[in-house]
Design a protein around this ligand. Structure first.
Ligand code: FAD
Length: 401
């Protein structure tokens, strides 16, 4: 019998974990991995690159350095379409790939919620390219103040006060004193404002933890506006609503971290989706297509306990990747597959390099301990999608920074 072909789309947490687990299983399969870049990046650390506290090389590694090329064929290309009836994937190069099993793990893009001006005048943090652009823009505007004396060059607005926003604010406030010296701008004239539409900040944490995190940032000079939905982004200004009135904050650096949605390829390929996410079956396949798995940020997995889908995270993406590899091998061997189960281990948000807040295995952590936990999580994921060498090269061991 011919070898069955498994095609994995995307080499983020979900896709790369699938491939690494498939490799381990030593099954008689042809495995093809497609990714638009020749590198994997740790999306959970993009805020560091955007704030310039870590270079992009710290959070990236070459895909070929962590896969076994005798078992996996890597294709660097961009997926443009999936035809699940014909079982064909089309790539930007016009190449097509046939599959017996497909794993779709194409990750996330920025969500603008249809707010005018977001795409034109703000900077999202969704991949290495956008994070690098955000960093260069911020540095250029801060440096420009000396020449322009325009206070907008010293004004930074972070849109949204979710996980990514808080982590970005933590990094940028950590870096500011050094940056002011390097680029010669007055640090005391810099204003950093975070604008959130919802009435509460950091709702994923307890009130006590959330307040602790926000207070750390307030002490570093961040001003928070809460319950103030953003209505428009203009060149050099954010328009928001406060008490029924439209107001503006002028800023030449506007960072867009209000949320993400799944890859547009999902909708463009005709999958039934909501914000780029497909509600998957209990074995992570797409309804009526038992050979098409949808995992990571393009999937929605129902959490029976809360009656809502689990939040999309690297943590669930890694678990899904492992499960799907095992499920494919079981299906090929005509064995039954138990449903996917997931028990979140907790969440930790960093606030710069030396503080953090989170829940780990039901226990709340904050401050320095929070930061140690965060570094351990990063190191663990480097082992899961990379290897020991990658952990030694890119891991976080600066616990006493
Ligand atoms: P990704 O990791 O985004 O991988 C998708 C891959 O597909 C990428 O390599 C991309 O280049 C590739 N790709 C995309 N489109 C195409 C295409 N058309 N063709 C070919 N290749 C393509 N989660 C946590 O659990 N903990 C955290 O602390 C945490 N912090 C975060 C901080 C930030 C700043 C951000 C942005 C996210 C954070 N998350 C965190 C969420 C987490 O990063 C995502 O849930 C996770 O990356 C999803 O994994 P994925 O494999 O689905 O997608």
């Amino acid at each position: 019998m011919n070898k069955q072909t498994v095609v994995v789309l995307g080499a983020g947490y979900a896709g790369l974990k699938t491939v690494k687990q498939l490799q381990k299983k030593n099954a008689d399969l042809e495995i093809i991995l497609v990714n638009k870049n020749d590198y994997h990046y740790e999306s959970t650390q993009l805020h560091e690159v955007a704030a310039g506290t870590e270079p992009s090389t710290k959070i990236c590694f070459n895909i070929k350095d962590v896969i076994n090329e005798s078992k996996v064929t890597f294709i660097q290309d961009t997926v443009t379409k999936i035809d699940r009836d014909a079982q064909v994937v089309t790539l930007e190069s016009d190449k097509t790939l046939n599959y017996d099993y497909l794993v779709v793990a194409l990750g996330f893009v920025s969500e603008t919620f249809g707010i005018p001006g977001v795409d034109d005048f703000s900077y999202p943090l969704v991949n290495i390219t956008t994070a690098e652009i955000a960093r260069k823009h911020l540095e250029a505007t801060l440096a420009n103040y000396q020449k322009s004396q325009d206070v907008r060059d010293l004004s930074v607005v972070v849109c949204g006060a979710g996980f990514t926003s808080i982590e970005y604010l933590g990094e940028i406030t950590n870096r500011l004193p050094k940056l002011a010296q390097e680029l010669n701008f007055p640090e005391d004239k810099v204003s950093i404002t975070c604008i959130e539409a919802m009435p509460t900040l950091l709702p994923m944490f307890s009130e006590k933890l959330g307040t602790y995190g926000i207070n750390v940032l307030k002490k570093r000079g961040v001003e928070f506006k809460v319950g103030t939905p953003i209505k428009e982004i203009k060149e050099g200004a954010v328009v928001y609503e406060e008490n029924g009135e439209l107001k503006e904050i002028e800023a030449n650096s506007i960072i867009w971290t209000t949320g993400v949605k799944g890859s547009p390829v999902i909708g463009e390929s005709g999958f039934e989706e909501r914000r780029g996410r497909v509600m998957v079956e209990s074995d992570l396949t797409v309804k009526d297509y038992p050979n098409v798995f949808m995992i990571g940020d393009v999937s929605a997995v129902m959490d029976e306990a809360s009656g809502r889908p689990f939040p999309t995270t690297a943590q669930i993406a890694l678990k899904q990747g492992e499960y799907v590899a095992d499920a494919i091998v079981a299906k090929v061997n005509q064995q039954s597959v138990a449903p996917f189960t997931f028990k979140p281990l907790g969440t930790v948000a960093s606030i710069g390099n030396n503080a953090g807040i989170g829940n780990v295995l039901g226990k709340e952590v904050k401050g320095y301990i929070g930061s140690v936990m965060k570094k351990n999580i990063i190191n663990k994921s480097l082992l899961e999608v990379g290897n020991t060498k990658m952990l030694m090269k890119k891991g976080r061991f600066d616990y006493y920074h």
